[in-house]
Design a protein around this ligand. Structure first.
Ligand SMILES: [Zn+2]
Ligand SMILES: [Zn+2]
Length: 237
């Protein structure tokens, strides 16, 4: 038993939230720490099938590049890894974390982000510095929570990884209704790097849809002197 997990168990005992996937009662310290029952946790595995060389989505019948990357213009980032499909049980995880603000789900996601770093081909990452994708301005003020910042704080605390935060997002239109190209134009020049960035960066984000946010961050970093930009996303849409 990990003694660090005991407070989570006490909290779960006093204010039971249940498994984020199946709602079953959480019965031990580990289950409470992750907010997921042991049985569900065993099924939440990262697919080891071949992935797209650029965006990191699993390939269906394509070779090396997915259809979306084959048809789109070049990306500013070098390579991404995306871990889980944004559907079914995986989607429930993000809902519990992002909207129900169950920070314990972040403990599970941190483990997976850490595993995600091992999915890059050997020798790809040389001196990686982790960096969160910056939240929309006012997001924390409005919702009281930024899931990416919560994850990066956990990475620092649980995994003792040092995190660099040199990107800032200026106000722009919401991305939701826009297409991939519009998303990128909407974001370009809306992300600023406010000090000299590291040579190699691994960006952390929750969901990748078109990759526009990653691209805008990568462009800001490369304009400021970063040579290689990689990214790990928890979910691909
Ligand atoms: Zn469960
Ligand atoms: Zn791709």
């Amino acid at each position: 038993m990990n003694f660090l997990h005991i407070p989570a168990f006490i909290r779960e005992f006093l204010f039971p939230a249940g498994c984020a996937v199946c709602n079953k009662m959480l019965l031990n310290t580990e289950e409470a720490w992750f907010g997921i029952c042991d049985d569900c946790r065993k099924t939440l595995t990262i697919d080891k099938d071949p992935r797209c060389d650029i965006c990191g989505r699993p390939l269906i019948s394509e070779i090396k590049l997915c259809l979306q990357c084959r048809n789109s213009e070049t990306h500013y980032f070098d390579r991404l890894v995306a871990l889980f499909p944004y559907s079914g049980k995986y989607r429930k995880l993000l809902t519990a974390f992002k909207f129900d603000k169950r920070a314990c789900i972040g403990n599970f996601m941190v483990e997976k982000l850490f595993d995600g770093l091992t999915l890059f081909p050997e020798g790809t990452l040389k001196t990686p510095v982790l960096m969160p994708v910056p939240p929309r301005p006012g997001k924390i003020k409005h919702t009281g929570f930024d899931q990416i910042e919560c994850l990066t704080q956990k990475l620092e605390k649980i995994k003792s990884i040092s995190i660099e935060r040199c990107l800032e997002r200026l106000p722009s239109k919401s991305q939701k209704e826009l297409s991939g190209k519009e998303r990128l134009t909407n974001l370009l020049n809306r992300i600023k790097c406010h000090r000299r960035p590291p040579k190699e960066v691994v960006l952390i984000d929750d969901v990748i849809t078109t990759g526009a946010t990653m691209d805008a961050c990568a462009m800001a970093l490369k304009n400021a002197g970063t040579e290689r930009v990689f990214g790990v996303c928890l979910f691909f849409d």
